[in-house]
Design a protein around this ligand. Structure first.
Ligand code: R5P
Length: 293
């Protein structure tokens, strides 16, 4: 049986790193757009076991072509289909918070889960139940990038304070700090809207120390910008930030800089100029077990 990594052209770079880590070929799924906007993927032939690499950031234009590709893979004779989705979309809405809303995670769970034999994802953006087993019908492997992100700050570890900007970021901040043998703390956040948050000042000492802000995602940037503004007032010797998934635009990068963040780094789970840590090795380690079975 032969394995290949299949990816859409817009994610060929990260998919190539994954294919190299797995030592299998990378093949590109062609995506034709009809004049009316409908998509039509054509999947490569040859492999009967496929790792489909598709990160579901900015998900709406990606999901329909992926579902169509699933149909195409099965019709092409693919017997085992694994989704490697570094970012999995629509997981934050795991209940109805107001009348009239959907439960989005159940929708994505059904759409994706029933089409793949295995799923691999990294640091899902989810506040309550972290286990995805009940959501996706297929066996799901949830990985965390916090340790490999932390390694990128090894040179700044002495006397560093790792700060999670809210209580939800505690697991990332704790793991990150443990890798660097550093102190960590989390701030208290009140969200007033999609782009408006208020943060309380940290209790730990900040003055004169390198501070590293750590979170799972940066989206509107409101959380990191508010956290940076709070921390900067307290006189850190340096202020840097790390996120697993960078979902934001260039205006947020500029605002972070203005708030005193000298460096923001992210993994390559979502394509972004701040990408500097590859997830290929982490994802490949899990995929190797699946491929070997
Ligand atoms: C908690 O809510 C999350 O871990 C992130 O802090 C948050 O979603 C980041 O979003 P934004 O960049 O829009 O503030």
């Amino acid at each position: 049986m032969s394995w290949a990594v299949h990816a859409f052209a817009d994610e060929a770079a990260a998919a190539k790193r994954l294919a190299e880590a797995l030592e299998v070929p990378l093949q590109i799924v062609d995506l034709h757009r009809f004049p009316d906007g409908e998509g039509m993927p054509t999947v490569p032939h040859g492999a009967d076991r496929v790792v489909a690499y598709r990160s579901l950031d900015r998900p709406d234009p990606k999901i329909m072509p992926l579902l169509l590709a699933c149909d195409a893979w099965r019709r092409a004779g693919v017997r085992e289909l694994v989704l490697a989705a570094p970012y999995m979309a629509y997981l934050r809405q795991d209940q109805r918070f107001a009348p009239g809303q959907p439960v989005s995670d159940a929708v994505i769970g059904a759409l994706i889960g029933e089409r793949f034999d295995h799923l691999v994802t990294v640091d899902p953006h989810r506040h309550r139940v972290k286990n995805l087993a009940s959501l996706f019908r297929a066996p799901t492997y949830v990985l965390t990038a916090a340790p490999i992100l932390a390694e990128a700050f090894r040179a700044d570890a002495a006397n560093a304070l790792v700060v999670g900007p809210d209580e939800e970021s505690e697991p990332w901040a704790a793991t990150f700090a443990a890798v660097l043998d550093a102190e960590h703390t989390t701030l208290r956040k009140v969200r007033r809207g999609d782009r408006a948050v208020e943060l309380a000042a940290p209790e730990a000492r900040v003055a004169g120390r390198p501070v590293i802000l750590v979170d799972d995602i940066c989206s509107s940037g409101a959380t990191l910008i508010a956290a940076a503004a709070q921390l900067r007032r307290l006189g850190p010797s340096s202020l840097q930030a790390a996120v697993v998934h960078a979902l934001h635009g260039s205006a947020v990068d500029a605002a972070l800089k203005a708030a005193g963040v000298s460096r923001l780094i992210s993994t390559d789970g979502c394509p972004h100029p701040s990408n500097s840590v590859s997830l290929a090795g982490l994802i490949a380690n899990t995929l190797k077990d699946i491929l070997a079975a």
